[in-house]
Design a protein. Structure first.
Length: 193
């Protein structure tokens, strides 16, 4: 079923259309929320919230962008709202989820010692990158994450962020520059030989 037909059927309250939207976009939304939240259970909860929001606000969808772009926008917004609420509740909980400590047990199940060393090295790199990404201003972090992890076009990102394509280009450029500086400084400080 095409997106335009799905939207039309959703607006008329068709439950089957909603099921089709969930089936079609659930994996995409879960992957998106996980990239921001770094915890599977939390990402699943936020994914449910995304689809509830979609169902409740489908009448406001004007069709200015693709359905998938609108859904991404809701997923990013819900993810960022969740992170903000965590910050006000517990600052440490945010750091834990950003560093992905919830995933460490699964990564170290390999019995080969060389593989474990490689996994540790990759885990450390991921932790450092997550730290550096977490230090970026929110709009830079979102633009960069959608560009690199979701491989969205600048135009799609501009719809998600309600901005222009040139602003997205600038955000991504500044994000790259800020990441370079933070990572360079981090490695200079912690791995000086």
């Amino acid at each position: 079923m095409e997106d335009l037909e799905l939207i039309k059927n959703l607006k008329s309250g068709d439950g089957e259309a909603f099921k089709n939207v969930v089936d079609k976009y659930q994996r995409m939304v879960l992957n998106c929320t996980y990239k921001f939240l770094r915890n599977r259970e939390t990402a699943e909860d936020v994914t449910q919230d995304v689809f509830i929001e979609l169902f409740e606000s489908v009448h406001s969808f004007r069709g200015d962008s693709k359905l998938s772009t609108w859904i991404y926008k809701v997923a990013v917004s819900k993810s960022m709202n969740h992170l903000k609420s965590l910050k006000t509740k517990k600052r440490f909980a945010v750091l834990t989820s950003l560093f992905g400590k919830d995933d460490m047990g699964e990564e170290f199940s390999a019995s080969d010692e060389a593989n474990q060393d490689k996994l540790l090295e990759n885990q450390e790199r991921s932790r450092i990158l997550a730290w550096a990404l977490g230090k970026l201003p929110e709009n830079q972090r979102i633009a960069f994450t959608l560009s690199k992890n979701k491989e969205m076009s600048y135009e799609e990102i501009s719809h998600v962020l309600n901005t222009t394509v040139s602003s997205v280009e600038s955000l991504i450029h500044r994000a790259k520059e800020n990441l370079k500086k933070r990572l360079y400084n981090y490695y200079q400080k912690n791995y000086r030989m």
